[in-house]
Design a protein around this ligand. Structure first.
Ligand code: COA
Length: 262
């Protein structure tokens, strides 16, 4: 990765790209520039064979991301509001959900509004025990606009999603874990290590299989597709891959698989 960014720190280590939203004095609020930079970094990393897994976190000890930048959208018209949402979906939230490499959110503090929506667009979430998560948009006379109305219900069920959205209440890390909103809870010190531990496990597996699994799981949440049918087709196609041949040979020869880096 060659690019440097104003609001995003990007670092690759052992096959893991860690992207840190870096506006701590604004609790890492997502302005247009930050969304654009996250998009560019992800785009660049997509073709970078060295990158196997992405971790997204926030700078500082207080916040993951405290939402979309309220100051930036405060004067928006109806059309600008619609555009803000559409661009965000396209460039960041749907982009992450459909990314070809697993993306893990390391929620190190407040994940509110667009911050929780960012975490929910990721494939997995790990939270530190000080984290607080919520969709407080109704307090601002808004609704979630970066996929929160849909993804929260998918993760925690409709009833809890309704309650969180219409009360604007925050949930703590322990409850979020019980509800399935986050996969694991750690101390703040251990948060990135836990994410890297998951990333290391993924990195040893077939990248082709991991990429396909992401696409097929997502297909089940796409109203235009039948996830089971997509699974049948994609399962069949895997038999034509070099990774399948290597994985099965390695098993039969009782050795560790050495998968391609594609
Ligand atoms: N957009 C823009 N700026 C934000 C922000 C956001 N979503 N969240 C925090 N900030 C800024 C604050 O304006 C403040 O900036 P300033 O120092 O220039 O005044 C700075 O970040 C620190 O925040 P502050 O509110 O002073 O911290 P706090 O500890 O008192 O409260 C929160 C923390 C998270 C409870 C509070 O910042 C908050 O409610 N943020 C907005 C959350 C929200 O509604 N998000 C959804 C947006 S759609």
């Amino acid at each position: 990765m060659t690019m440097t960014y104003e609001n995003v720190l990007a670092e690759i280590e052992n096959g893991v790209l860690t992207m840190t939203v870096n506006r701590p004095d604004k609790l890492n609020a997502l302005n247009v520039k930050t969304i654009e930079e996250l998009h560019e970094a992800l785009l660049e990393a997509e073709n970078e064979k060295e990158v196997r897994v992405v971790i997204i976190t926030g700078a500082g000890t207080k916040a993951f991301v405290a939402g979309a930048d309220i100051a930036e959208f405060s004067g928006f018209s109806i059309e600008q509001g619609r555009q803000m949402s559409a661009t965000g979906h396209f460039k960041l939230f749907n982009f992450i959900e459909n990314y070809s490499k697993p993306v893990i959110a390391a929620i190190n503090g407040f994940a509110l509004g667009g911050g929780l929506e960012l975490a929910m667009a990721c494939h997995m979430r790990v939270a530190s025990d000080n984290a607080k998560m919520g969709l407080p948009e109704v307090s601002l006379g808004l609704i979630p606009g970066y996929g929160g109305t849909q993804r929260l219900a998918h993760l925690v069920g409709k009833g809890k999603a309704f309650e969180m959205v219409v009360t604007a209440d925050m949930v703590n890390a322990q409850d979020a874990c019980q509800w399935g909103l986050v996969n694991h809870v750690t101390t703040q010190e251990e948060l990135l290590n836990k994410c890297k531990e998951i990333a290391t496990k993924i990195s040893a597996k077939s990248g082709m299989a991991v990429k396909t699994a992401i696409r097929v799981i997502n297909a089940g949440y796409n109203n235009h597709l039948n996830g089971y049918e997509v699974e049948i087709e994609e399962f069949g196609k895997m038999f034509g891959t070099v990774d399948f041949k290597e994985g099965v040979s390695a098993f039969l020869e009782k050795r560790k698989a050495n998968f391609s880096k594609n």
